[in-house]
Design a protein around this ligand. Sequence first.
Ligand code: KG4
Ligand code: ZN
Length: 339
Amino acid sequence: MSVTLPRILALETSCDETAVAIVEGARVLASEISSQVPLHRPYGGVVPELASRNHVINVAPLVRQALATANCDISQIDAFAATSGPGLSSSLLIGNTVAKALAVTTRRPYLGINHMEGHLLSPFLSAAVDPCPCVGLIVSGGHTMLIRMDEVGSYTLLGRTRDDAAGEAFDKVGKMLELPYPGGPEIDKLAASGDPKAYDFPRSMLHSGDFAFSFSGLKTSVLYQLPELREKAPAQEWLPDICASFQEAVIDVLVAKALKALAATSMNCLAVSGGVACNSRLREALRDRCADAGHRLLLPSAALTTDNAAMIGYVASLRFARGLQSELTEDIDPNLTLA
Ligand code: KG4
Ligand code: ZN
């Protein structure tokens, strides 16, 4: 007997991507994203006011586009969801207000969703498998954390970064190296032809005995290396090696701590998410190490790794199935935590 799952329209506007998706459980009927990266590139980072004003411009056409892609009418949507935090308040408010307005006019429920829960569960959406107990490694531009998930809704924070997030470190080092914003994908590309052992950068907190991270010391080490290099040779001669060595230092710590977390929790499934999970060397290292240790590894596709609304709709559908919904009076929370 086939069960009809609720059809959810979800909006994600926590930072600079405007995204709208329509899902039925793990079935993604539409996932539309309008990237603002080129708009923010001249500023070397996200400008909050520019982001929110462009969400306003992009959101209605994207909702229409998602409905067209899913070949459905707004009256066929069972509930509306939006990211309610964490993120930039002026950006969060746009998706939130639109979702609430759609819920009011169609007399359907509204669900406010935690962006980090979206990332955490995105590997399950991507693999189309039911969520199971796992350690979640979330590595994005704003967060780096290890989470123990016993079941959907039951999360324990094992550790997080004490300073920069992994993606933030990639972007800041990219800026120092005068690479286009965001630095993460550029460093990934350049590192492919570099020697990861060329520079011995610090692996901060590798042996700290906990699950905390720190990347600001590594960033400073790269900075100190640059004047001498710039003096000696043109950038194209040392850039690949610097990128590969920096990237390897980040990855060594992420992979080692994720494996330690699996051992400490006696879990055997690692679910990796967030924009940095696109990194080709990180994916390769995780695959190798998890295979050696006999752990199951869930790595989302690139489209579900960076910010998207399908992951928000997926979490909304899991909550809706449990009878949960949000009040229309519920506020956004730029500092919302997961555990
Ligand atoms: O999850 P995400 O799209 O947005 C946040 O919620 O932060 O992550 C964006 C981050 C940026 O810092 C970007 O540089 C990084 O993900 N990123 C990468 C790669 N692709 C995106 N970092 C390293 N290697 C990549 N290939
Ligand atoms: Zn994100």
